[in-house]
Design a protein around this ligand. Sequence first.
Ligand code: NAD
Length: 486
Amino acid sequence: MSEATVLNPVLAGLYIDGTWRGGNEPLTVINPSNEERLAIVSGGDAEAVNEAVHAAQAAFEAWSKTTGAARAMILRQIASGVAAQRERLMHLQSSNNGKPGFEAAIDVDDVIATFNYYADLAEASDGQQNRVIELPSEDFTARLRREACGVVALIVPWNFPMVTTAWKLAPALAAGCCVVLKPSEVTPLAELELAQIIAASGVPTGVFNVVCGTGLAVGAPLSAHPGIAKVSFTGSNAAGVQVMQRAAETVKGVSLELGGKSSLLVMADADLDLAVELASGGSYFNAGQMCSATSRVLVAQELLAPFLERIVAKARSIKVGGPLEEGVEMGPLVNQAQYQRVTHHIEAGKACGARLLCGGQRPTGRARGYFLEPAVFADVPLDSALWREEIFGPVLCVRGFSSEAEAVALANDSQFGLVASVVSGNGETADRVANALHAGMVWINAPQVIFPQTSWGGYKQSSLGRELGPWGMQAFQEIKHVVRAV
Ligand code: NAD
């Protein structure tokens, strides 16, 4: 039986005020492994956005007054609901996103960990309200409150749909905000399943709303709506700028998680096998569709030749295929537009003089599906789009360096500053380089592990604000001081 017959072909894309229904804008959802239609999601428009915001506003007063412990109970309920549907959610991630099973599992487990983490923070917040602030005067007292900022819009992309949703939704609910979530129109299937779990978690009517739809039909009116106190957006820089512009009209809070062009630095004393493993994971995980891709690999000159030899062998060994096929390590790109964008960058890279050492083409025998062999480029000009722009595909660029200072300068020479990785056999060298890099997260000799306890976000044009950790929850709170005359 094909996927199309397994799934209901027309899915309600609106969850507003506790009711599922369809909208006016049909969205076709495809399987990137075979280009077949998986479902049609009946999405919404500005009118649906308006209804969802009003439902959330009506629920806000009561929800924002609940105790952290009450909100924690619901967040834990969501986490256990997700755990109970782990296999189903993994399957939807694989069919709609093309993620192999091990990648889909990481996503689902991250969602569970995030909801549990913010349940703990919500519970702890009860004891922290009304903290007394020391003043340099005996005539006054002051206390600090952190209060939910209002109704918030959460707009998420397609590359890690459930994870980016959880990183916003869990802290927003923990803080006491009511929510309108807009999933990506490309990958709404696991999101809708997650929404069903949330709807069944005991969250009061109107607190959590979903409006599926395109950026223009739903994202734009959501960013401009006067009833929204804050927009938390993850996606491309172009759309992020538009969100910020629309939000400016009513002076909303805005959090942005945008693009990256990050580096992995292989220092002269690095373990070469480890460096190759980390470079491969940093560029080819999720078929390279990662904001945190370390697609610029900077290698100490003395290791450059053996590194190139091993990374090419590694890239050639990666099994590309459908996520449900045995032993597959890398799935397809998410859709045709993404495939065209990445292959265009590869062709432009070749035309500008960069040397393609392997990959960058459709694997033989794969006429259908958006499959691409992992690519390795060398001799990439520093002013080329291949070196400077986010490719968002399995394309890795290698360059040698002759000093630590040159490596750091090359890594920092970017409009972005999301993450970086350092591979070094010397702890002091690794720490010195990590401290010098302009990035919100630096991994040393480690894969791209992310814990809910550590922050997520970057420098420069990669981000505005930070997600995860206590900072992720504070992003949905206002600060109030109450000062009283004694
Ligand atoms: P995108 O910007 O096309 O879409 C992201 C979301 O915004 C979608 O829901 C889309 O419908 C909506 N949208 C599009 N235009 C809009 C507009 N004008 N107003 C309001 N909403 C709009 O991005 P994408 O292609 O889905 O995702 C890929 C991008 O996301 C990459 O640039 C990647 O780096 C970035 N990303 C960043 C992070 C991070 O944490 N920094 C994480 C994941 C993805």
